[in-house]
Design a protein around this ligand. Structure first.
Ligand code: GLY
Length: 355
């Protein structure tokens, strides 16, 4: 007897058609039936020293509202049958356009008092990917990363070259000052004061920078999603590290480090101290554990975030989705701005560790 192996999507079509045939109400041709399948989305607005004591009730409410808006907007696209790529781009745009998070409008300052942003996107269906690094005049870096993926022959473009490509795609270049915010400027001044004090105490540049608190080294936004066709995708966007120098690029535009997606394993977007996420190839390592060791995304994410990164001083977290619509949101910091929604679970919004 010939056996046919059905994936979840095909099984959904078959079961739906059997049910309709049995009840005698089948008026729709089988090929037009919608497959019964799960959709899911998760977003993050960065991990770090996020303490409840630093929030007024109004401020906390505003952050939660923005996270909720971003996850609901992405979910609405999935619910209408839209692609995971469209869903994550929409969610990340909302986070980039908010001054609350370290990306786009809320990007941190470099040592030279400018803003340099990184972003990347990856599609699990075919492992296509696009990234931009060190861009200064792009309002929504994730959109340019997607254009690199879809309209260029390259994966990663940086600095002036990325912006020259943007012009060819009709993307307007904006003044770097549109990313200025008072709270990020104050953070830069605090970071520089600490750096200068550490240098004055005979620490060299490297030691002084390493001594900077976590709050200056983390902050990113991202989204992962599963669409109704069974395709997963991941996107990440950031202003990087406060007081960064010398054209520093973090993990966010590095495929495998800050972003990874493959339908054979999972989709991951990371937030944290980028140097560690690059060295430990975090996003790809989580997916490799799922694919080759048969781990769940929860097991794989916890292992990499808590057992691999934490002991070596790598602070941060990740959001993960798989093709079954499971979601995992591990982090090893005091908090992580995060939200999720799936076709089988209500909207969840979290900021602190214990919720
Ligand atoms: N994770 C963001 C960065 O290190 O640039």
């Amino acid at each position: 007897m010939r056996r046919i192996t059905l994936n979840g999507l095909q099984l959904g079509i078959v079961l739906t058609s059997i049910l309709l045939a049995k009840t005698g109400t089948a008026e729709v041709p089988v090929e037009q039936l919608q497959p019964a399948t799960r959709i899911a989305i998760a977003i993050h607005g960065g991990a770090g020293t996020i303490k409840k004591s630093k929030f007024t009730p109004e401020r906390e409410k505003a952050y939660r509202a923005k996270l909720s808006e971003a996850v609901e907007a992405g979910y609405a696209i999935l619910a209408k049958g839209g692609s995971s790529l469209d869903a994550i781009t929409t969610s990340v745009n909302i986070l980039e356009n908010s001054p609350f998070f370290n990306a786009g409008k809320g990007a941190v300052y470099t040592y030279d008092e400018t803003h340099e942003m990184d972003a990347s996107i990856m599609y699990g269906k075919n492992r296509n990917a696009g990234a931009v690094a060190g861009v200064k005049h792009i309002e929504n870096p994730i959109n340019l990363a997607r254009l690199v993926m879809e309209e260029s022959v390259h994966v990663m473009l940086s600095g002036a070259g990325a912006e020259a490509f943007a012009k060819t795609q009709g993307v307007p270049l904006v003044d770097n000052k549109i990313f200025d915010t008072q709270h990020r400027y104050k953070a830069l001044l605090r970071a520089k004061k600490k750096l200068k004090a550490a240098e004055a105490a005979n620490k060299n540049y490297q030691a002084a920078h390493q001594a900077l608190d976590t709050e200056f080294k983390v902050g990113t936004v991202g989204a992962v999603a599963l669409d109704s066709k069974g395709n997963i995708a991941s996107a990440t966007s950031t202003g990087g590290m406060t007081s960064k120098r010398f054209g520093r690029i973090g993990d966010s535009p590095v495929i495998g480090a800050g972003t990874f997606a493959d339908n054979d394993s999972c989709a991951v977007s990371a937030t944290g101290h980028g140097e560690y996420f690059i060295r430990y190839n975090v996003a790809a390592d989580i997916c490799a554990r799922v694919q080759y060791q048969g781990k769940t995304i929860e097991q794989a994410g916890n292992e990499v975030i808590h057992d691999v990164l934490k002991p070596v001083g790598g602070t941060g977290g990740v959001i993960i989705v798989d093709t079954k619509g499971n979601i995992s949101l591990p982090f090893n910091t005091k908090g992580m701005y995060r939200a999720s929604k799936t076709s089988t679970s209500n909207t969840y919004v979290g900021i602190f560790a214990d919720e």
